[in-house]
Ligand binder design. Structure first.
Ligand code: ADP
Ligand code: MG
Length: 376
């Protein structure tokens, strides 16, 4: 076991790294963050911030020397970085698990190999596979680049063969998947933790609503049959086992209007839809990540109340600082800001949770407060 007093390494200094850093330091660990941004949200509150490139040999040597274990807050860490670190220090989750999830083609192949359902899709690697995909996938569809997409970026709607050609061109003729656009009843996600011994603990299933491809609202418990929630947890656990995963992992699912459960994507890290755990669960997803990578037993994942979480995007700052006094006026609203200095449209600046014993009230009040923040 890696116990308090030791040093943990975090690759990436965004909000996920920041909330991990808070959890780790609260538990008595030291944290070193590597992020090229001198002003990164996590770097500013870490014990040490290496502002260097992810490939910087000097920075990687220091991480390897000083850390008991290294983890990451995003899946796109260069493979060479992870390999260099793994020579001298445990990297959790592993480079192999990260590489499986940083590419939609590899990810979907894994999901299918495990016997789980995805949306109907086709791989596009060149002109020939594009022609095959166009015939195989009914329109409307969505073209997604295989790598480096997030928050709806790197994907385009497609309504015709001509659209598809244009979209492939726009995305830079890189490897892509073409997905059928399915009719969604709702979206749900499972955040779980898997330890070095292979034991798995799931957090309660969240129900997620997106706006413009970006998560807008998550609420717990998800308004689905207990049997469907159990199926989602089993599917997510199968994926975690398949990846021989160590750490916190999230699986996003679609529930179609026909009641089918489809795996959408896998995130090898704590997830936006798990932020609610900070305010209502015995153990947050960030504490759980610390526990997993340090080889500690998992904390209890029970939620003590229904909750609704709303993301705060940079758009809210258009007219200056949002009306926080309106949020603070309600004693059940819990604000989390990530300390980002510049607000841009679509940028995740923070989130808040609304904690209430009635789920409907939690959702309604969260929406009302969100609306009031930007209005005059
Ligand atoms: P990202 O990596 O940006 O989160 P996703 O693949 O999860 O990309 O897509 C973002 C959102 O777009 C999804 O959560 C969902 O709301 C919508 N979406 C994506 N793919 C489909 C699809 N095949 N059918 C219907 N909606 C989709
Ligand atoms: Mg997604």
């Amino acid at each position: 076991m890696i116990l308090p007093g030791r040093t943990l390494g975090m690759l990436g200094g965004g909000q996920l790294g920041r909330m991990f850093t808070v959890a780790a330091r609260t538990m008595g660990y030291r944290v070193i963050v590597l992020d090229p941004d001198p002003d990164s949200p996590a770097g500013r509150i870490a014990d040490e911030h290496l502002h260097a490139a992810y490939e910087d040999p000097w920075a990687l040597d220091q991480l390897a020397r000083d850390c008991a274990v290294v983890t990451t807050e995003f899946e796109n860490v260069p493979a060479a970085t992870l390999e260099r670190l793994a020579r001298d220090v445990p990297v959790r989750p592993s480079a192999k698990a990260l590489s499986m999830t940083q590419n939609r083609i590899r990810e979907k192949r894994l999901v299918c190999a495990l016997g789980l359902a995805t949306v109907p899709y086709a791989e596009i690697l060149d002109e020939q596979s594009l022609a095959i995909a166009a015939r195989a996938i009914p329109m409307p569809a969505i073209l997604k680049r295989a790598e480096m997409g997030y928050d709806g970026k790197g994907q385009l709607p497609v309504h015709s063969r001509a659209d598809l050609e244009r979209a492939y061109e726009t995305l830079g003729r890189v490897p892509c998947v073409l997905e059928r656009r399915v009719d969604l009843d709702r979206e749900i996600s499972v955040v779980l933790a898997r330890g070095l011994d292979g034991e798995i603990q799931c957090f309660p299933v969240a129900e997620n609503e997106h706006r413009d491809g970006i998560l807008f609202l998550s609420s717990v418990p998800a308004r689905i049959a207990p049997e469907l929630a159990a199926r989602a947890r089993r599917a997510a656990a199968l994926i975690a086992h398949g990846l021989e995963y160590c750490g916190v992992l999230a699986v996003e699912f679609f529930v179609t209007t026909e009641g089918r459960l489809l795996v959408n994507e896998i995130a090898p890290r704590p997830h936006n839809s798990g932020h609610y755990t900070l305010d209502v669960c015995i153990t947050s997803q960030f504490e759980q990540q610390v526990r997993m990578i340090c080889g500690l037993p998992p904390g209890d994942t029970a939620a003590l109340s229904p909750v609704a979480m709303v993301n705060l995007l940079g758009d809210l700052w258009a007219e200056g600082s949002p009306h926080w006094e309106r949020l603070f006026a309600d004693p059940r609203a819990k604000l989390h800001l990530y300390g980002k200095r510049t607000a841009r449209p679509g940028r995740k600046m923070g989130h808040f949770c609304y904690v209430h014993p009635e789920l409907d009230t939690a959702r309604r009040r969260a929406l009302e407060i969100h609306r009031s923040l930007g209005a005059d």
